[in-house]
Write a protein that binds this ligand. Structure first.
Ligand SMILES: *Cc1c(COP(=O)(O)O)cnc(C)c1O
Ligand code: SF4
Length: 329
């Protein structure tokens, strides 16, 4: 009998850094250089896969990858113009775990889990409570999709849907395949970037076995995230005929410069990925230190257009509750 072995990506995930002091020590940074806020840590814990941390520059307290994941004191700042549900997800919930804001597309919150906890995450408060359904709620989400023939595209999101096992993903898509008006499957995921081992043979088999056109929207904010092992994982996805797009968040101290944005677009395209959206930060409580003003964002876009071919310039958008699409700026 062959013993069931945990896939390597799950082992890698279990070994992720969860202790800020351990991460700082391995980066050869003084532990007190960034005062780690206990509170932020408690309600939205740190989580950083080791291969992602390996792309950070040792000894650089301002490393753009480190800034995305290290809890900071500033998360305790409370702002009245920030909220726990900045883009109206609660109001857009049609069934437990199913959001529909836009025509023709429905978004399934397939899991709460993520491989990494981005400090600016717009669902950082929603993920820990009731937005994501239990298994038995899936029936209702599917029934909703079935009874709405205008829904042509299903978006798997979360959390990160690729945190689900291949077996669970297979069950999910088997149910979706019974709905004739579903024509496209989109997956919103950061896993091929933060945990490239996830692009396993099993995952590729799952993707290749689907009857639909597949779109994978990645989440990369800085060129340094695109390490050699990420490029290799993306090549495997492209070989499986998956269209690769990227969405980024414009983040102060991470990618709020012309050079950072231009290098990101170039690195994405070199890896076969087209820039799709550049989001203005969603005003989620605890992330105000990442905000870049809209006026500066517009200026950056203007400079980016002068620098790059049009297809490498992402669309600058802002999401606002109740609008029929993400608002171009
Ligand atoms: C962002 C989002 C989508 C996808 O929008 P596109 O403009 O098609 O990329 C779909 N549903 C919800 C709820 C979203 O937040
Ligand atoms: S990967 Fe996405 S959902 Fe997960 S913590 Fe980061 S921003 Fe949030």
């Amino acid at each position: 009998m062959i013993a069931a072995r945990r896939p390597s990506w799950q082992i890698e995930l279990a070994q992720a850094y969860r202790n800020p002091a351990a991460l700082l020590r391995d980066l050869e940074l003084p532990i007190d250089s960034t005062r780690v806020e206990e509170h932020a840590n408690a309600c939205f814990p740190m989580r950083v896969p080791r291969s992602y941390a390996a792309r950070m520059r040792k000894g650089d307290a301002h490393d753009p990858l480190l800034r995305q994941v290290l809890p900071s004191r500033e998360e305790g700042i409370n702002r009245i113009d920030y909220s726990e549900d900045p883009v109206g997800d609660r109001a857009a919930l049609r069934q437990p775990g199913l959001l529909q804001k836009y025509h023709g597309r429905a978004l399934l919150l397939a899991t709460n889990a993520c491989a990494i906890n981005c400090r600016y995450c717009f669902r950082r408060h929603l993920r820990r409570n009731t937005l994501v359904p239990q298994d038995h709620h899936l029936e209702r989400a599917l029934a909703y999709i079935k009874s709405h023939p205008t829904i042509r595209e299903i978006i798997l999101s979360g959390g990160d849907p690729l945190c689900l096992t291949d077996a669970k993903l297979t069950v999910l898509t088997a149910s979706l395949r019974e709905i004739a008006h579903v024509k496209r499957l989109r997956v919103h995921t950061r896993l091929p970037v933060v945990l490239p081992e996830r692009v396993s043979d099993g995952l590729l088999r799952w993707l290749s076995g689907q009857p639909w056109q597949l779109v994978l929207v990645l989440h990369v904010n800085h060129a340094n995230e695109i390490a050699a092992e990420v490029v290799a994982a993306l090549a495997r996805l492209r070989a499986a005929r998956v269209t690769l797009l990227n969405q980024s968040v414009l983040l102060k101290g991470v990618n709020d410069s012309l050079s950072a944005l231009a290098e990101l677009s170039e690195a994405l395209f070199a890896a076969g990925v087209l820039p799709y959206y550049l989001h203005l930060l969603d005003r989620v409580q605890g992330a105000s230190h990442f905000a870049v003003p809209a006026s500066q964002a517009r200026l950056l876009m203007h400079e980016l257009r002068r620098e790059l071919p049009g297809y490498l310039v992402p669309r600058l958008v802002q999401e606002a509750a109740g609008l029929p699409y993400k608002l171009p700026l």
